[in-house]
Design a protein. Structure first.
Length: 405
């Protein structure tokens, strides 16, 4: 393989690793500025509730499909051009929203899902190769931290900017961040990545069976359950604040990101030393408690308490699942493993946005959050079942996932 070997160093904090984290931070903030504001903008320009929900679900479906293809491609072709193309699509689609009617916004949002699927999957593959194997938990933890900080801070910025100005300002800010990320990308050396498997003279670029990495399926299935409640928080907490008459609902994200920052000081190292169970089980329980409290919030105090519990749990569990998925996969399948894992998050947003919105429409957003806790209970049951089976036999995770399904 030509170029610099990404795994030649046993140090985690190299210049390349720091730079890719900064790029990832900017890209995720740019994207998540649109998550709470674009559906609201869709209604402002005459869209219905159904059309506003299609802005979320249509995007998630296209992103899901694109991740599967991109994860496979990222293991076989040069990654840098893929990333540049993905970022360009992101920025171009965001720019076009300011001039389009609601029907066209839905179509362009689907196209933007392609750009998001390409860029986020390639970044994950690059990070995974940069991180030394023995530091996988810690390295992927800091990568996930940049994602989660973006998901927590972007809604605060977006809601405050849109309340004070209008969506066009939010869109412009998002485009600028993507532009800065593309400039920083020019400073990052990413070696050519042309994997040839042993025993094959020539390998097709796209092979259907290679779109997903089967060894990453079980952690990805758990991530699917994990992210459905997150979809309810990211997409509907602003409407929940209106329901309970709490105008400063954005404070939730401050507590959320604060606890995530706290977990980063020890969770990654704990994962590397003790394994995933000592991190995932208490983290999942903490999330269940946080969601339960959130569904009964009527003051800033209880809002902050709920965010601390949920933020602690999510900050511990999500990066641990991703590191677990990557650790279980061969080095030549890192891109596909990350694509599989991130696809589970897209699928969660697709299903979660529909199911949870229906519950909120029939009952209330408070009931919706109580219902979303069921997914975390199922998460614990499935994970506990896996641990018991692993203890009593050598059953593999693919067979287990099929049995559970």
């Amino acid at each position: 393989m030509q170029g610099l070997n990404l795994k030649s160093s046993d140090r985690l904090w190299t210049k390349r690793y720091t730079l890719i984290l900064i790029i990832n931070l900017f890209v995720y903030i740019a994207f998540y500025l649109l998550v709470p504001t674009l559906p609201a903008f869709a209604k402002q320009i005459g869209g219905s509730n159904l059309q506003a929900s299609l802005v979320v679900s249509g995007f998630s479906i296209s992103s899901l499909i694109c991740r599967a293809v991109t994860g496979n491609l990222a293991d076989k072709v040069n990654r840098k051009p893929l990333l540049v193309i993905g970022l360009f699509i992101l920025a171009l689609c965001t720019f076009s929203y300011m001039f389009l009617p609601i029907s066209a916004v839905i179509v362009v949002r689907i196209l933007q899902g392609v750009g998001w699927g390409m860029s986020s999957t390639v970044i994950a593959a690059v990070v995974s190769e940069m991180v030394p194997g023995k530091l996988r938990g810690e390295g992927m933890g800091y990568y996930s931290l940049s994602m989660i900080i973006s998901m927590s801070l972007a809604p605060i910025i977006a809601i405050m900017v849109m309340n004070s100005y209008k969506f066009n300002v939010v869109a412009a800010f998002s485009i600028i961040l993507v532009g800065v990320a593309m400039l920083l990308l020019q400073l990052l050396k990413i070696p050519h990545n042309k994997v040839q498997r042993v025993g094959h003279k020539k390998e097709n670029i796209i092979v259907l069976r290679d779109l997903f990495e089967k060894r990453a399926l079980f952690p990805s299935f758990l991530c699917f359950l994990l992210v459905i409640p997150l979809c309810g928080i990211m997409s509907y907490i602003m409407l929940y604040g209106q329901e309970i008459k709490l105008s400063n609902i954005w404070i939730y994200f401050i507590g959320h990101v604060s606890m995530i920052l706290v977990t980063r000081s020890f969770v990654g190292k704990l994962f590397d030393r003790k394994g995933h169970a000592v991190v995932i089980i208490p983290g999942a329980i903490s999330m269940i408690i946080g969601l339960g409290i959130l569904s009964y919030v009527h003051s800033v105090t209880t809002l902050v308490i709920s965010s601390l519990f949920y933020g602690f749990g999510y900050g511990a569990v999500q990066p641990s699942l991703q590191a677990w998925a990557v650790n279980r996969s061969p080095v030549e399948r890192i891109g596909a493993a990350n694509g599989t894992f991130l696809s589970s998050m897209d699928l969660s947003f697709t299903i979660g946005s529909i199911v949870l919105s229906l519950i909120a429409e029939i009952k209330s957003y408070a009931i919706m959050y109580r219902f979303s806790d069921i997914f975390m209970v199922v998460f614990l049951l499935v994970y506990g079942f896996r641990l018991l089976k692993e203890k009593n036999s050598n059953i593999n995770d693919e067979d287990l996932l099929e049995n559970v399904s």
